[in-house]
Design a protein around this ligand. Structure first.
Ligand code: GLN
Length: 209
């Protein structure tokens, strides 16, 4: 089975390791360049993108990671991880950098005070609209999406597929799940809901990369 890393500098790494293991991959923490070199795919977890950005540089991971993304490494970014994958960032801090790779404009902390953190069910293409092998109770129907000071995707470039939008409420229509080739990103946190379908989709991306 493929080896999938979880960037282990800051954020909710344990939950991603558990979800990746449930998705049938060998999940490992990545904190050093040699560990990055050994993985077939990588998850950028939720957390605080400004902190992860600084730590990527402090741990000498930024350059090798940018290089591997350019070579086609499958990467799944959740929340702060989506911010890190974005080519363009709105409402970042003054010195904040992203890794880039995904041709999107992402707005950080986009949902604002009223709906700072919220949960909703939504359809995710390739996830909620397909039959999974040996489906469990969480494996059919919409994805329960948990947003925690989340970004949204404000603009997608050509070649970026919109997989999901918020269905109802003040943020209805906002793009919150995208894919371009081997790069997958969600504004929300499937790793904390027990629904492993997004991680299984990413495991497929890694297997077929
Ligand atoms: N607001 C955080 C950031 O800017 C992201 C929050 C999250 O990952 N849950 O990085």
């Amino acid at each position: 089975s493929p080896v999938v890393g979880v960037l282990g500098l800051q954020g909710d790494t344990r939950e991603h390791l558990a979800a990746l293991t449930a998705a049938g991959t060998r999940a490992v923490l990545v904190r050093r360049p040699a560990e990055l070199a050994a993985v077939d795919g990588l998850v950028l977890p939720g957390g605080e993108s400004t902190v992860i950005d600084k730590l990527l540089r402090a741990f000498d991971l930024r350059e090798p990671l940018v290089a591997r993304i350019a070579e086609g490494l499958p990467v799944y970014g959740s929340c702060a991880g989506m911010i890190l994958l974005a080519d363009r960032l709105l409402d970042g801090t003054a010195d904040q950098q992203t890794l880039g790779g995904l041709d999107v404009t992402v707005r950080r902390n986009a949902f604002g005070r009223q709906v700072d953190s919220f949960e909703t069910d939504l359809e995710v293409a390739g996830v909620s609209d397909r039959g999974w092998e040996a489906p469990g109770p969480e494996d059919t129907g919409p994805v329960h999406a948990v947003f925690i000071r989340a970004p949204w995707v404000e603009e997608v470039g050509a070649g970026v597929e919109v997989l999901g939008r918020v269905g109802t409420g003040p943020a209805a229509g906002k793009v919150v799940a995208v894919r371009a080739g081997n790069l997958l990103a969600t504004s929300f946190h499937p790793e904390i809901t027990g629904d492993t379908r997004v991680h299984r989709l990413f495991a497929e991306v890694v297997r077929t990369a």
